[in-house]
Design a binder for this molecule. Sequence first.
Ligand SMILES: Cc1cc2nc3c(=O)[nH]c(=O)nc-3n(C[C@H](O)[C@H](O)[C@H](O)COP(=O)(O)OP(=O)(O)OC[C@H]3O[C@@H](n4cnc5c(N)ncnc54)[C@H](O)[C@@H]3O)c2cc1C
Length: 440
Amino acid sequence: MPDMRSQSADVVVIGGGTAGFGAAIAASRAGLRVSLLEATAKIGGVMGFCPGMPWGGGYPVGRSIGGIFDELTTRLMTLSPPAAAVRPSTLENFGAEVIYDHETATYAMFEMLEEAGVDVHLNTIVGAPTVEGNRIRSIQAFDRRGPISFTAELVIDCSGDGELSAKAGVPFTVGNGSGDMMGVTLSFTMIGADCAKVFAESDPYFERYAAEGVATGRLHPDLAKLYLMRSFHPDAVFCNTVHIRGVDGTDPNAVSRATQEGRRRCRQLARFLVETVPGFERARMIDLGPTVGVRETRRLEALLRITGTAIAQATRFEDGIVACDNPVDDVMRGDGAMTHDAAVNKGSFYTIPLRCLIPKTIENLLFAGRLICADPVAFASVRGMPQCMAMGQAVGTTAALAYRHGCAVQAVNARDVVAALVEQGVNRIGEDHPIEFNRA
Ligand SMILES: Cc1cc2nc3c(=O)[nH]c(=O)nc-3n(C[C@H](O)[C@H](O)[C@H](O)COP(=O)(O)OP(=O)(O)OC[C@H]3O[C@@H](n4cnc5c(N)ncnc54)[C@H](O)[C@@H]3O)c2cc1C
């Protein structure tokens, strides 16, 4: 066994998905020494596993949520040539979404982390924490050189699966509470497509073609609706439609098996599109995901659970840290289908409360992204990548305040967090609960 190496930081962020990206940048910009530990070779999490997936939910009632999400999209849109664009979604009840060039977006995200001074550790898998009383003292990780231990004043779990938080004793639920999780998805892109011809089809789900494919055994029965969408590049179609049910996303072997099954179905679908759907005759598959995208595993218990009832009432919480009007986007849970039911009345939005990201007892732990404490209905709405980025920004900011005041995360004044986020350019929060700025 090689010698254990050790490193220290003010904040350790676990997971470099969209939530971890937001958290690391926010904490680092606030002057803290931040180490970001990511198990894979890339930043983005699900965004990296499903290359080209649009950022949905960033424009509740037509206005950007602001903050780091807006900085990133503006950075990409103002490149020459632009590497991102905002467009209306073709799916019911979804607002505008951002499409982008995947490689440029990944590069820009690394650049923003670099500029903020974040110490990024890729290919570094976090294991167990050492807990003393109500504090995490250190966390064990493993990289290519062997074991490495990190000590930090604060830990932010953005791992999606919350393994470390669970080991630290934070209670959690899995999926719908009985362990039933949404389907996982393997995505790919068809390049060389004649998009004018493909999207001459008026049905956004290409159901009449899909029915023929399923009836003739050329497509899996779960492909009764094909979710195909224009990519950022004009001759490319993003295929976010091969869903696999009943996969426990916390089980690496189950994820591996689902990925191979996904490859099989993606290849069948690519062949079917070329043979059957007008516009794909000269197209071919690229950017098959390296692994399935996992929507849902653990959700951690926090000071507050956001519920379907609260979002349906368009509740704007006093500690709301980001606006959202995403539909209830539930994907093939158990025997269920896909739903895109409106979460709120048209023209309204709710906010996601900071309390859903703060555990009840551990004093130096925060979490963000799909680990949020939410019931299954609310979860199906809050989970868009822009919201995850904003949740990360909020907990990164909270960590900085806890560090500065030397207090437990539960003792940070949420109004100070909201005020700081407003100053950072986050829109539509603090509006219904006016905040005193420049507090002494
Ligand atoms: C198939 C699919 C389609 C979707 N479609 C859309 C869409 O069109 N638009 C949209 O906005 N949202 C969409 N979503 C939702 C959105 O992508 C996710 O909710 C969001 O990306 C979650 O972000 P996250 O940072 O919380 O978690 P993740 O993206 O899961 O990131 C977690 C990161 O933590 C890392 N990690 C995990 N464990 C460890 C460990 N022990 N040590 C170190 N690192 C670790 C992982 O490698 C990963 O990089 C979709 C999700 C899926 C799965």
